[in-house]
Write a protein that binds this ligand. Structure first.
Ligand SMILES: NC(=O)c1ccc[n+]([C@@H]2O[C@H](COP(=O)([O-])OP(=O)(O)OC[C@H]3O[C@@H](n4cnc5c(N)ncnc54)[C@H](OP(=O)(O)O)[C@@H]3O)[C@@H](O)[C@H]2O)c1
Length: 285
């Protein structure tokens, strides 16, 4: 039987080797990704467990909290172990719980990056991602700000997020884009065209919302059959399907629970047969 083995590593930007299943640190904040979590020490324990389990790609952003996620990462993990890649982002502002207006003016992006450097206690950010294009600012100007930060040595690699193929092309005309972070999961594949470009050109593709906020982890859906067959959970099948979908796929499931973290990581040990991958994809489409 043909099988696809998903748990290899991926090297971001030619020099940051990470395991392909990372951790999204958006869910360690308060309700509506606003303010501190109910149990800050629990969040720090979760982050320490992430690293203990060998995960070495943590995704965050200045806007998660805001500031809360980055602060907790530094409190829990600094000084950072060798090889840990903290990928943060700038370009959104927070006006209240669940509100995410965009502001990617060059001067603001530079301030955001400086503030992330301070909060994360870093001299240089390994992967800095432009959180989203800002319709009020020409995209080249926002990307140009990241190029300046890179030239100044404040960021090592540049990623983009929430982009179309055209916007990705535009960014790549100015800088070496090493990752793209777009919404993508079994039931939402609108960014398939962007993923294809990433796969063709060896750009890391970070699918946010990999579990569709947990709905793909619930029993009773199209993943049940494969889950039973592998003695796994539907959420593990959803993550294994993503890993199998492309060798450039770097899922970052988010959770506030150590139990869910451990369950999600076990998805990396699940090997789906090629016909199962197709069947799961078709059933969930
Ligand atoms: N670039 C962007 O614009 C953007 C946007 C959104 C997110 N992101 C990034 O992507 C990461 C992942 O996205 P996401 O957090 O929105 O969505 P997600 O990973 O698809 O889902 C997270 C939700 O699923 C639940 N969950 C996780 N594991 C579970 C399990 N094993 N069983 C049951 N429920 C489970 C979590 O609840 P519990 O806490 O109860 O486990 C949480 O509510 C974020 O953390 C963030 O880093 C980026």
């Amino acid at each position: 039987m043909n099988t696809v083995n998903r748990m290899d590593n991926f090297t971001i930007g030619g020099d940051l080797e990470v395991r392909r299943l990372g951790f999204g640190a958006m869910r360690i904040t308060g309700e509506g990704i606003w303010g501190p979590p109910d149990d800050p020490e629990g969040a720090r324990q979760l982050l320490r467990r992430v690293v203990e389990l060998g995960i070495n790609l943590i995704d965050t952003a200045d806007s998660y909290g805001p500031e809360v996620s980055e602060n907790l990462i530094a409190e829990a993990l600094h000084p950072y172990p060798d090889g840990l890649v903290i990928a943060t982002k700038g370009g959104l502002v927070r006006t209240g719980p669940g509100e995410w207006p965009r502001d990617a003016r060059p001067e603001r992006l530079k301030e955001c990056c400086e503030a992330s450097l301070r909060r994360l206690k870093l001299d240089r950010i390994d992967l800095y991602q432009l959180h989203a294009p800002d319709p009020k600012v020409p995209y080249e100007e926002s990307v140009g700000a990241l190029k300046e930060l890179q030239d100044e040595g404040k960021i090592k690699h540049i990623g983009v997020s929430n982009v179309s193929v055209e916007e990705l092309d535009q960014a790549r005309g100015l800088v070496d884009v090493v990752t793209v972070q777009n919404r993508f999961n079994l039931t939402d594949r609108a960014s398939e065209d962007v993923l294809e470009v990433c796969e063709r050109d060896g750009i890391g593709f970070i699918p946010w919302f990999p579990l569709a906020t947990g709905s793909l982890a619930r029993p009773g859906g199209p993943l049940d059959e494969a889950a039973h067959a592998h003695d796994a959970t539907p959420g593990q099948v959803a993550l294994a399907w993503l890993l199998a979908r492309s060798p450039v796929m770097l899922p970052i499931p988010g959770t506030s629970s150590i139990e869910h973290l451990e369950e999600n990581l076990r998805a990396a040990d699940l090997t789906l047969a090629a016909d199962e991958i197709d069947a799961i994809g078709a059933a969930a489409a």
